[in-house]
Design a protein around this ligand. Structure first.
Ligand code: MGD
Ligand code: MGD
Ligand code: SF4
Ligand code: MO
Length: 691
């Protein structure tokens, strides 16, 4: 049997066709937008059976015994235990002392809505996503400029500016669009500290100093304004604050910025000119811009480039998405107004969007450890592995140890799950039907369909949440018996149902696609125009224009200890075999730890006496990891790139013991997880057998 669905093994959300036989996975293929073009392989999808039927998949709920070992339990007992803890905590400390942490994997789609609904109805504002380090902070930066986050129409662009994104490994469908445009003659500019394959094929590669993107964006803005390369008619008609931006940008000439960035000034000018003059042009921004203390300002400055050049909402430019009409399922109105979330310091981020909710994950750790603004005592982690993926991993461990109760919903007994009192086994994305956020953010709507039965006694995420809700007294709020019933209710405003979606393998357009939609009703900002100057940001005490109060300072963690920590460490590539902390244990994907290595430039290798395959120790003021050295010229001298996510395999490899969570972006709470000062020393010769 063949079924069209969405793969959610990573956040790329590829449409796929899955073949099954008697309820068993046989194989799957990604569907291609340009079937005649060469396409990219995805090892994760090819090895999906190894993931789905992994011998260490959790198949029964687990409860921790007093001696610290787990025992298997029935769903009734496990869910009742979690429900009892929720209710006890609410009674003893107030509902807000219960928090729900959400990782990336189950999607911020309907399951995100369901978890929020449960927590809001329960009375706790602390359903917290990881958007401070991934995507949502960028969404806010776009939104403050032109009212929404745009989507690049790369396939039709003549010029593509890739800024901190590596779709070849992280989103193959998106990469194929770029390759298609390239074959049609599009020019490519890449801003990346690493020589990625896109950087190699680029017309201009700006090898940026890590975490200094804001400076480069301001220099490009300055150049475009100084050389009269703006789309003046568009800027005059559709923007506010151009004079303010021009006044700030004067301080960021290509010469001065390039000096700080270690780039030739003419390259910066050339990039600005190419991007501004070749229309249509789009900008593909990525996670390279997140996890920096300066991420919000930098992303905002990048967003302004789109507006200055009039590339918004035109074919081949950056498109304003057409949201699919849907019901807000979150019951936010049920939350008592006087209860503030643990993320209260990030007021604008908490409230700018109707359904993103609260996203500064670090605040949960603060609340557990420092009891500020109040203590969190019970935590439920769904589809996340904070012990490996949050900054400052040792602090996270301390926090998890301090909790009165920890429950984890996951497919595997992760490092985080091992610390739990109760572990609830979830079905993978192929084992349940789900409406993903990505497919209501813009048309066409597509359905992620269940293609195989849940493995063992594992259960779909939606069912676990609904069952738990009913056990804490929310039967009325969760009346649905199937995922389809809930999805149909959510999509009712669009007049679309699961049954219709099942018959539409390529999805359903909620309305015809249009361009220049702002001509009908303006932009969704306070002024109705694009805001180079943001009054709402100013009202919240932030810079109304990016870098209004000066150039980035301390963008890289531990910069004040440069003498002792001379190198810049950056977070490793996302291999197309692995996803964050996932799959390294699957033999076919983890490949005997061959990807767990640190890239050292030949100059630095010479300086530190390091040969390929040597064991090295990398240290920051926070901690140390040990890995194998690889000599590589993909990074600049003075920069080392350290594999990340491997902390799931061994504590020795936990990249995030190196990172800092103390300094955060004031608007989005983003810590500097990607770039920090560090030092390196050799601790042994080549490891035998690659182990
Ligand atoms: N140093 C450093 N730190 C980083 C990053 C980095 O680049 N460098 N990247 C950051 C980014 S962008 C992100 S998004 C975060 C990711 O942080 P996390 O979301 O914590 O990371 P994952 O390893 O993807 O963990 C997902 C967990 O969900 C489980 N899972 C998979 N599918 C399902 C499902 O359907 N249901 C349930 N319940 N569980 C499921 C997996 O087994 C896995 O344990 O990490 C961030 N941390
Ligand atoms: N195979 C695979 N796919 C994934 C994931 C995975 O782990 N594996 N994770 C998923 C998740 S959670 C996410 S968020 C996406 C992320 O996917 P992307 O948005 O593509 O992000 P990254 O691959 O983390 O980084 C993109 C590029 O940013 C560069 N970069 C690093 N530091 C800087 C900097 O300071 N400035 C600039 N300009 N660039 C910098 C890196 O060298 C890299 O080439 O991928 C998703 N898809
Ligand atoms: S890139 Fe691979 S794993 Fe990720 S969604 Fe697409 S097919 Fe699935
Ligand atoms: Mo992410």
């Amino acid at each position: 049997m063949k079924t069209h669905t969405i793969c959610r093994l990573c956040s790329a959300c590829c449409p796929v066709e899955v073949e099954t036989e008697n309820g068993k996975w046989v194989k799957a293929v990604r569907k291609y937008r340009f079937p005649d073009e060469p396409h990219l392989r995805c090892p994760k999808l090819e090895k999906a059976a190894d993931i789905l039927y992994a011998p260490d998949r959790l198949t029964r709920p687990l409860i921790k015994k007093p001696d610290g070992a787990f025992r298997e339990a029935s769903w009734d007992e496990a869910l009742d235990t979690v429900a009892r803890q929720f209710l006890r905590c609410k009674k003893e400390y107030g509902a807000q002392s219960v928090a729900w942490l959400r990782g990336m994997a189950a999607d911020w789609g309907a399951p995100w809505d369901y978890a929020n609904r449960l927590m809001n109805a329960f009375g706790s504002p602390n359903c917290i996503g990881n958007g401070s380090v991934c995507f949502v902070g960028r969404d806010l930066a776009h939104t403050t400029v032109y009212g929404t986050m745009t989507l690049p129409d790369t396939a039709n662009a003549r010029c593509i500016l890739i800024w901190g994104k590596n779709d070849l490994d992280s989103a193959p469908g998106a990469a194929e669009n770029i390759l298609h445009a390239r074959r049609n003659g599009a020019k490519l500019i890449v801003v990346d500290p690493v020589k990625t394959p896109f950087a190699e094929m680029a017309d201009i590669w700006l090898q940026i100093k890590p975490a200094h993107d804001g400076l480069l964006a301001m220099a490009m803005i300055a150049e475009i304004i100084a050389q009269d390369l703006c789309d003046t008619a568009f800027v005059d008609r559709w923007t506010v604050g151009f004079d303010d931006l021009r006044a700030v940008a004067r301080h960021y000439s290509a010469e001065s910025a390039a000096l700080e960035l270690g780039l030739p000034p003419e390259r910066v000018r050339e990039a600005a000119r190419l991007y501004a003059t070749l229309r249509p042009a789009c900008i593909v921004d990525g996670n390279g811009l997140d996890m920096q203390v300066q991420s919000f300002e930098a992303t905002r400055a990048v967003a302004m480039l789109r507006a200055l050049t009039g590339n918004l909402d035109i074919p081949g430019g950056d498109i304003l998405p057409q949201k699919v009409p849907s019901r807000n399922m979150q019951l936010l109105e049920r939350l008592p107004a006087e209860v503030k979330p643990v993320t209260a310091d990030y007021a604008l981020f908490n409230t700018y969007h109707a359904t993103w909710g609260r996203q500064v994950q670090s605040c949960v750790i603060d609340a557990i450890l420092e009891e500020k603004p109040y203590p969190v005592k019970t935590l439920l982690v769904q589809s996340g592995n904070p012990l490996v993926t949050f900054m400052d991993a040792r602090r996270v461990r301390k926090a998890l140890e301090k909790l009165e109760f920890l429950a984890v919903i996951d497919l595997f007994l992760t490092q985080t799950a091992r610390m739990a009192d109760v572990v609830l086994p979830a079905g993978s994305s192929f084992e349940h039907t789900q409406l993903n956020r990505a497919f209501i953010r813009s048309s066409p709507v597509r359905l992620q369909q269940q293609v195989i039965p849940a493995v063992g006694e594992s259960r779909p995420n939606w069912q676990i949440v609904f069952d738990l809700a009913r056990r804490i007294g929310l039967e009325k709020e969760f009346p649905w018996q199937t995922a389809e019933e809930a999805i149909d209710e959510q999509l009712a405003p669009a007049g679309i149902t699961c049954a219709m979606l099942r018959d539409a393998p390529d999805g359903i357009l909620a309305e015809p696609i249009r361009c220049r939609k702002y001509e009908e009703g303006g932009f969704a900002t306070a002024s109705g125009k694009i805001e180079f100057f943001s009054a709402p940001l100013q009202a919240h005490g932030h810079d109304p224009v990016p870098y209004f109060s000066g150039p980035p300072d301390g963008a890289i963690s531990f910069s004040d200890q440069k003498e002792r920590y001379p190198l810049i460490g950056i977070s490793g590539a996302r291999s197309n075999r692995l996803v964050n902390s996932q799959f390294a244990r699957i033999a076919a994907l983890g490949q005997n730890e061959s990807g767990c290595a640190v890239d050292v430039h030949p100059q630095d290798a010479g300086k530190y006496g390091i040969a390929p395959g040597d064991r090295v120790r990398i240290e920051t003021p926070k901690g140390a990891v040990c890995m194998t050295a690889k000599i590589s010229e993909v990074i600049a001298p003075g920069v080392i790139r350290i594999a990340w996510g491997w902390g799931e395999v061994s504590a020795d490899y936990n990249f995030n013991v190196l990172t800092d969570d103390a300094r955060r972006n004031p608007v989005t709470g983003a810590p500097s997880g990607r770039a920090f000062r560090c030092r390196l020393k050799k601790i042994g010769a080549e490891r035998p057998g690659g182990k």
